[in-house]
Design a protein around this ligand. Structure first.
Ligand SMILES: Nc1ncnc2c1ncn2[C@@H]1O[C@H](COP(=O)(O)OP(=O)(O)O)[C@@H](O)[C@H]1O
Ligand SMILES: [Mg+2]
Length: 304
């Protein structure tokens, strides 16, 4: 993180107050939601210093936990740079709550959406001209993924996590620092990331689902398979052959196939859709039975 965050504490507290109002009302209110991720929600902040993408994380229960997360994030950003993947400039900020808890934001400059990898590919014409223009985009993403992913460093290579600033590729999804220790155990404070799940499910997901999700991002083949599979969700299947061919240059063993990727996409879509549905049920339960506001912004229907 390079120097002080250009967004000041008051501006961020103002954004958080708008989020709190939106949550209390049960709609997005006057917020501009740039992206609903599986973990964070990304909000636009128009500040004196410019426009910023503010990634709102689950609630942290104290300053010490925030500091530990901040150190891991910092190390992740440096590690990415070290393997030749440029992260989008990112700053950690937090808004204190009266009870000592913190609402954590990862703040980034708001980058031109036309540079987002899915948009860039979608804008290309059908046919050989479009294919030729896609080649350097595909090459940059697959090469960066292959350079980065190892047993100790992980990355979610899905198209929506990459953005071009001019011709330069940057990685924007840094809120989940995927680093492991020497034993191969994740260094992430995973409980934080499970917080948005219904309480009854957290233990099960932590034990049976999370280890496999995390392992995927440390395995080059599975990460690239996931990147190709995700082209179905992005409605960019016309680029599957080019992504497959380029990915297979980076892989040993049997080549990745289109069928394998489609199968991966189907099982993955089912898992995420189920989690999303469970969260919506939990929200309804919290609001209508427990009569308390639900603390996360949830996406509406996601086409998968
Ligand atoms: N700095 C940014 N500038 C512009 N758009 C962004 C920025 N960061 C995120 N987005 C948009 O929000 C989406 C989700 O952000 P991401 O960091 O990948 O969060 P998640 O971990 O929830 O997937 C991105 O795919 C992109 O469309
Ligand atoms: Mg993402």
């Amino acid at each position: 993180m390079s120097g002080a965050c250009p967004v000041d504490a008051d501006a961020l507290a103002g954004l958080e107050a708008r989020v709190q109002r939106a949550l209390a009302q049960g709609d997005v209110g006057d917020l501009t939601v740039i992206g609903f991720g599986e973990i964070s929600s990304v909000l636009l902040l128009d500040a004196a210093a410019g426009r910023f993408a503010c990634k709102r994380m689950p609630r942290f229960d104290g300053a010490e936990r925030v500091a530990r997360y901040g150190a891991l994030l910092e190390e992740y950003l440096a590690t990415l740079r070290g393997v030749g993947v440029t992260p989008v400039e990112s700053w950690l900020m937090s808004v204190p709550e009266p009870d000592g808890a913190r609402i954590v934001y990862v703040v980034q400059p708001f980058l031109d959406p036309a540079g987002l990898a899915p948009k860039k590919l979608a804008a290309l014409p059908e046919g050989p001209g479009g294919e030729a223009a896609a080649a350097p985009i595909i090459d940059a993403i697959v090469a960066a993924t292959a350079r980065c992913v190892s047993s100790t460093v992980g990355l979610d290579a899905q198209l929506s996590n990459w953005v071009f600033v001019g011709d330069e590729l940057r990685y924007l999804d840094v809120t989940t620092p995927l680093l492991t220790d020497a034993q191969g155990t994740t260094r992430l404070d995973t409980d934080l990331f499970l917080a948005s799940l219904p309480a009854l499910l957290r233990g099960l997901v932590k034990r049976f689902v999370l280890p496999d999700i995390l392992a995927r991002y440390h395995d080059r083949r599975r990460t690239l398979r996931d990147l190709v599979a995700n082209l179905h969700k992005e409605r960019l299947t016309r680029f599957v052959p080019a992504f497959l061919a380029r990915s297979n240059q980076e892989l040993d063993g049997p080549p990745l196939t289109a069928e394998e990727c489609l199968e991966d996409y189907r099982s993955d879509a089912a898992t995420w859709a189920l989690l999303q549905r469970l969260r919506r049920w939990d929200r309804a339960w919290q609001r209508h039975v427990r009569r308390r506001p639900y603390p996360f912004l949830l996406p509406g229907h996601i086409a998968r």
